[in-house]
Design a protein around this ligand. Structure first.
Ligand code: ZN
Length: 176
């Protein structure tokens, strides 16, 4: 079993109507056809718009959620991370928007609490804390505080200066 140290939260940067099946198809589709051309998707879980949490991969498997980051005392990579994503995170002009539905917020809160309980050394963070990008379009340490996650279980590093607006100028690009 791999060592899981981090839980990174994401958005799809796409339609809130996307289903897990559509997201997975996007990851697997060849690059020439607008996909990612991957053999494995980006996330272990997808929280759909109605709040349904869909398990896409076992925690034992490494998914393609982020590039590695080392700095401010952490070393994050896909090999030591579980990735959770919700559908949404962008507005009509592809600008970053926290448009999580109430059902998605509840489902995310449950997942985060469950992972914090299951992995005693795990810490939670947002993708925008280890990449210069908007994903997941909200500040994960604030969300963790709201849902009662102890401070020591939340990574608060902010190397890219969120909430400086970061344009989401591409077509759906959930993982990078
Ligand atoms: Zn992300």
């Amino acid at each position: 079993m791999r060592t899981i140290e981090f839980l990174i939260l994401h958005c799809t940067a796409g339609s809130q109507a996307w289903t897990a099946r559509e997201l997975q198809a996007f990851f697997m589709r060849p690059v020439a056809e607008g996909g990612r051309g991957w053999s494995r998707g980006g996330y272990h879980w997808l929280v759909e718009g109605d709040g349904r949490a869909v398990r896409l991969y076992s925690d034992a498997l490494v998914t393609n959620g982020t590039y590695p980051y080392a700095g401010l005392g952490i070393k994050v990579s896909n090999s030591n991370t579980v990735h959770i994503c919700y559908t949404g995170g962008v507005g009509a002009l592809m600008q970053a928007v926290d448009n999580r539905t109430a059902a998605q917020r509840m489902a995310l809160a449950k997942l985060v609490r469950d992972y914090v309980a299951a992995y005693p050394n795990l810490r939670v963070l947002g993708h925008n804390q280890v990449r210069e990008k908007a994903c997941p379009a909200y500040w994960v340490p604030d969300f963790c505080h709201e849902i009662g996650i102890p401070d020591r279980r939340v990574w608060t590093g902010n190397p890219f200066g969120f909430p400086v607006p970061v344009a989401v100028s591409h077509t759906p690009n959930p993982a990078l």
